[in-house]
Design a protein around this ligand. Structure first.
Ligand code: ARG
Length: 465
């Protein structure tokens, strides 16, 4: 191995032998961090602009650097750029190419900067853009949920606890419960964006730089709210990536719960909903099968996203200040989290408006399982019976219904009066499923009127974003 082999490396000066070929591959990140190229170039342009403002670069040098970087950006976008493992990462690949193209001026770009503050800046910029596109997909999914909830504000289905029929609810109300989870996820995402939006540029390797840099200027050129406060923290902090993955883990956990319900509901046993064929696939051996692959996969992909959160927490655990090469390991979990979340949101946002409930099956299921038993108990209380006694009376009526295979609403007045003489003809208003849901007419309740109000509030929240 000749020393010349290392002369390509920007840091080759103090080395007397070339990097071991395996070590070169082992330490390189370009295969995965090249996706930061666009933001790396934006960061470099802001840095060069600032260096010219403070007189470290001439205006001509600045212009030459910016033109060179823009030409490189174009070549990368058109697939004409050759990435090289021996140049380790996206930053050195671009810088080396710039110097190849514009000569000595290219070598001045890195004045007052280090890859440590450069990479911290790049990831923040990259993640900020991804957060904005994820926020849009979240909005689209929420709009779909709210639209479907509005259509089905009065569609009755069984509500469950312990996956046993509990009380009737409206399908719209159920969908709004999913939406509430997403409302919280959205606000977590925005919190993350706010804390992320600070510029580490100028921290240099770890201690700052001796050049008269203007950190406010680079921060504002890059759309950051302000520069970070401490140079050591700036190059070592990856909280923003952890917070994003925590948001993602919550979101995916929520999508997995909705997925699980969709999988259950499409089964022949429930038969509550119809998912269009375009969201399903068949079986290679069983011709009758139509499998809900999309929700199943979303449910499954939750595992890797939750795993990435743990990867990042463990990556940062016990790391001494300031930058350590360990941090290069932040990218793959973060990138895969972004990709997975975007795909899953897209799948869900496309699928939700296409869900068609089987109203008759939902209604039948709500009727089975004595879902209005609580309504009968409340009715007896209104007639002056203590709740514990009314619970007992209704329990006996249910036992009778089980024996006779009759729902409470299907019994005659005489049959019901065997259990309590306070029961009168008006009992049938509360024993119907419609009466049961309409009676829960308060903020957060399942009554169709409340569902429609909540849909409107949900829509308003989205337009205010
Ligand atoms: N590829 C590196 C990373 O992702 C860039 C920073 C490298 N800095 C260094 N001093 N080796 O973390």
């Amino acid at each position: 191995m000749s020393q010349e082999n290392n002369s390509v490396k920007p840091w080759g000066g103090r080395f007397s032998e070339a990097t071991d070929a395996f070590v070169e591959r082992f330490t390189a990140s370009v295969d995965f961090d090249k996706r930061l190229y666009h933001h790396d170039i934006n960061g470099s342009i802001a840095h060069a602009t600032m260096l010219a403002t403070v007189g470290v670069l001439s205006d001509d040098e600045k212009t030459t650097i910016i033109d060179g970087l823009e030409a490189i950006r174009k070549d990368i976008e058109q697939g004409r750029f050759e990435w090289s493992i021996s140049l380790e990462d996206v930053h050195m690949n671009i810088e080396a190419e710039l110097t190849k193209r514009i000569g000595i001026t290219g070598k001045k770009l890195h004045t007052g900067r280090s890859r440590n503050d450069q990479v911290a800046t790049d990831i923040r910029l990259y993640l900020r853009d991804e957060i904005d596109s994820i926020a849009k997909e979240l909005n689209r999914l929420q709009e779909g949920l709210l639209g479907l909830a509005e259509q089905h504000a009065a569609t009755i289905m069984p509500g469950f606890t312990h996956l046993q029929t509990a009380q009737p609810v409206t399908f719209g109300h159920h969908l709004l419960a999913w939406n509430e989870m997403l409302v919280r996820d959205y606000s977590r995402l925005m919190d993350c964006r706010e804390r992320l939006n600070q510029s580490p540029l100028g921290a240099a390797a770890l201690a700052g730089t001796t050049y008269p840099i203007d950190r406010e200027q680079t921060a504002s050129l890059l759309g950051f709210d302000h520069p970070t406060a401490n140079s050591l923290d700036s190059v070592s902090d990856r909280d923003f990536a952890i917070e994003f993955c925590a948001f993602a883990a919550c979101l995916m956990t929520h999508l997995s719960r909705a997925s699980e319900e969709l999988v259950l509901w499409t089964s022949a046993q429930f038969n509550f909903i119809y998912l269009p064929d375009r969201f399903c696939t068949g079986s290679s051996i069983m011709p009758q099968k139509k499998n809900p692959d999309v929700p199943e996969l979303v449910r499954g992909k939750t595992g890797r996203v939750n795993g990435h959160l743990i990867s990042l927490l463990t990556l940062m655990k016990s790391q001494p200040l300031a930058y350590n090469k360990d941090n290069q390991e932040d990218k793959e979990p973060l990138f895969d989290t972004i990709d997975t979340v975007k795909d899953c949101l897209r799948a869900f946002a496309d699928m939700v408006p296409a869900i068609k409930p089987n109203k008759a099956a939902m209604y039948e299921a709500a009727k089975r399982g004595f879902s209005t038993a609580t309504d009968l108990a409340d009715y007896l209380v209104r007639k002056g019976i203590a709740f514990r006694d009314s619970h007992e009376i209704v329990g006996k009526s249910v036992a009778y219904g089980l024996e006779k295979n009759k729902d409470l609403s299907e019994m005659s007045l005489e049959e019901l009066q065997q259990f309590s003489l306070v029961i009168e003809q008006d009992v049938f208003e509360v024993l119907t499923l419609e009466g049961s849901v309409a009676a829960r007419n308060h903020l957060g309740g399942t009554a169709p009127e409340q569902v429609l109000n909540a849909v409107q509030k949900g829509k308003d929240k989205i337009t205010q974003r």
